[in-house]
Design a protein around this ligand. Structure first.
Ligand code: TRP
Length: 450
């Protein structure tokens, strides 16, 4: 190992960094639109159960392994291994996680670039630079490439500044701002005509949908993506937590923050969509489903903001600042995964590793931008639907079957004395051994054969 490892300076710093990773585009557009197209509160209900029963135990597995090893995913998983076979599995899972998260970052940077372009467009509108604003809002290879690269450069700049002075510092500034902007936007949207229809769509459950396997699949995928699981992101953040901290409590707080912000974002997005519908903007696609994903953010919402006149410019600015913040605190956590590996095992500096990896991932992003129709959905689905849950399964196997119970307990007891008598220790070991792997597998098999 080369340079001394970074560490978060406080509990608050870790919470902001980890919830910053968790809270991203997945919470602000993924969750609300998933909920709207899957029976409103029925989805919410299923999601809450899955998040606590499946995603939280999986998150804990990564945090515990990370803090125990104080190392990147490859080194950490290899270190837990007891046989040549499990060592090889550890290397494979660690590498597959790094590759997966790099591809996730490559598409994430494209969408985040759009958010930045719209943010600047709102700024341009405010100062009356109309031509610039309309260029910024028109999809095009130049605009998309430019902002993808700018967003990657921002990500690199934060990450190379270090764990404490980059990741923690920026997450601690940005996350509280995100909450303030989110709450202010909700308060404003609630005053508009049609907002209550949105609340109804969101909060009145269509319980006929609860047993729907499509709903289960979406809810589980959403929970895994939202908590940044399966690729070593939370493992590496866990490795920067001090041995004095209580891990089960910290993981619980991250899960709660992530869920709370997703649920709160629903109070903004669905009412805003219904306000848009009320104003004559099309919110359903050709198949009769709600416009979801990027389409919602870049088609429906800007049209709505434009109708609001003067206030709309400020609302648009606030909204896209919110999206950009959410993206950046997530993207830095993705880049940290391969970066920590290079720094710790290849003795390169953070700066060099950040620039080389960031540039490599930006090249992948550009290839996707130039072949958008062929590649974008493909990369999203391969990484988030296939790779991520499968890797999550193997993380559970490592924590539940390969690492011995005593080692785990010893790790948890640091910062949480008497852990062996607590609720967590009574439930979690069983969950991570049986429930998590089986549930992931069941959902996975369903997906493959559905
Ligand atoms: N959780 C983030 C979101 O909801 C995205 C994210 C960050 C992520 N790191 C990740 C997703 C690692 C998968 C893997 O938008």
């Amino acid at each position: 190992m080369s340079a001394p490892r970074g560490e978060f300076s406080s509990r608050f710093g870790f919470l902001m960094a980890a919830s910053g990773s968790a809270v991203g585009l997945g919470n602000i557009w993924g969750f609300p639109t998933n909920a709207a197209s899957n029976g409103g509160a029925a989805f919410l209900f299923t999601y809450l159960i899955l998040a606590f029963a499946l995603a939280y135990p999986a998150l804990m597995a990564e945090l515990i392994i990370g803090r125990h090893a104080k190392a990147n995913a490859v080194t950490a998983l290899r270190g837990l291994s007891t046989s040549p076979a499990s060592r090889a599995l550890g290397t494979t899972v660690g590498f597959a996680g790094m590759i997966t998260v790099s591809f996730i970052l490559s598409f994430y940077a494209i969408v985040s670039g759009w958010m930045m372009a719209y943010m600047l467009a709102a700024g341009a509108d405010i100062v009356g630079a109309n031509a610039l604003s309309s260029w910024l809002q028109t999809p095009g290879l130049t605009r998309d490439s430019l902002f993808t690269v700018v967003f990657m450069m921002l990500t690199i700049a934060v990450v190379v500044a270090g764990v404490k002075h980059g990741i923690e510092k920026w997450a601690s500034r940005l996350m509280p701002s995100l909450v303030v902007i989110l709450v202010a936007l909700i308060a404003y949207v609630m005053t508009l005509d049609g907002a209550m229809d949105g609340l109804r769509l969101y909060l009145v459950p269509d319980f006929s949908r609860v047993a729907d396997t499509g709903l289960l699949l979406s809810a589980m995928g959403q929970a895994f993506f939202s908590l940044s699981l399966g690729v070593g992101t939370m493992l590496i953040y866990g490795s920067y937590i001090s041995k004095r901290e209580n891990l089960p409590a910290l993981g619980g707080m991250v899960t709660l923050l992530d869920i709370a912000i997703a649920v709160t974002a629903g109070l903004l997005i669905l009412p805003a969509m219904m306000v848009a519908l009320n104003n004559g903007i099309q919110i359903y696609d050709d198949q009769g489903g709600l416009v979801a994903g990027p389409g919602l953010i870049i088609a429906v919402l800007p049209a709505l903001f434009e109708q609001m006149g003067g206030a709309g410019m400020l609302v648009a600015l606030a909204f896209f600042v919110l999206m950009t913040i959410a993206s950046l605190t997530s993207s830095i956590s993705m880049l940290e995964v391969p970066l920590s590996y290079l720094v710790e095992t290849r003795s390169v500096s953070r700066r060099k590793a950040g620039v080389v990896l960031g540039a490599g991932i930006a090249v992948i992003s550009l290839i996707i931008v130039f072949n958008f129709n062929v590649l974008f959905d493909l990369v999203v689905s391969l990484t988030t639907e296939y790779s991520q849950p499968l890797l999550g399964f193997f993380f559970a196997i490592f924590a539940g079957w390969i690492w011995n119970r005593n080692g785990i307990l010893t790790e948890i007891k640091q910062g949480c004395e008497g852990a062996e008598y607590g609720l967590f220790w009574r439930i979690w070991p069983f969950y991570i051994r049986f429930i998590c792997p089986l549930a992931i597998l069941a959902v996975y098999v369903q997906m493959l054969f559905a």
